[in-house]
Design a binder for this molecule. Structure first.
Ligand code: ADP
Length: 165
């Protein structure tokens, strides 16, 4: 690292799949941070629709022209992974009061584990407040058009997945 200040946001989540809500948070974070590390949690209990590799490939495809975005996978404690990737902050998105409760708990726990690591919250843009990966998967599997809610590569992958079923 050079003498210039270098800020790295560590953005953890399941991204199953990446939605326009996630995309928007990453794009806006790039105005505030030098780098955004999209970090896919391997130890999630949720049943995933896409494998970690598929999810990683989709994020990479969406940011193919943006070298400041990278994708990593992590297992175990998030704060340890953030430290490993030299994060200056953890990035999280907030959609509403429902998110706030759990996010507040998680950020407080992480602050106990790693006091030097700040969590930075970005409020969702109003057009994305209702968008979640869970809802996108559900609507897509019922045949609904989710193209306005996800980037094109994700839309394509979802359609292919539903047709194959
Ligand atoms: P989800 O909660 O949709 O299953 P993730 O677990 O991958 O997604 O979430 C990772 C992070 O992205 C969390 O901080 C979550 O609050 C945030 N996020 C997810 N969807 C949106 C959205 N539509 N707008 C803003 N932030 C979001």
């Amino acid at each position: 690292m050079s003498d210039t200040i270098h800020t790295i946001a560590f953005y953890p989540g399941s991204f199953d799949p990446l939605t326009n809500g996630h995309l928007n948070i990453i794009q806006r974070a790039l105005r505030v941070f030098d780098q955004v590390v999209v970090a896919m949690a391997q130890n999630i209990n949720k049943r995933a629709m896409f494998t970690l590799e598929e999810r990683r490939a989709l994020v990479q495809e969406c940011f193919v022209d943006e070298p400041r975005v990278s994708v990593v996978m992590f297992d175990g404690l998030m704060v340890e992974a953030a430290r490993l990737h030299r994060a200056t902050a953890v990035l999280r998105g907030l959609r509403g009061v429902a998110d706030f409760e759990t996010e507040f708990q998680m950020a407080t726990m992480n602050n106990v584990l790693a006091p030097a690591l700040e969590t930075v919250f970005m409020m969702t843009e109003k057009s994305h407040f209702f968008v979640s990966s869970h809802l996108v998967r559900e609507v897509a599997s019922l045949g609904g058009d989710i193209s306005p809610l996800v980037p094109e590569p994700v839309n394509r992958a979802l359609r292919a997945r539903i047709v194959r079923k």
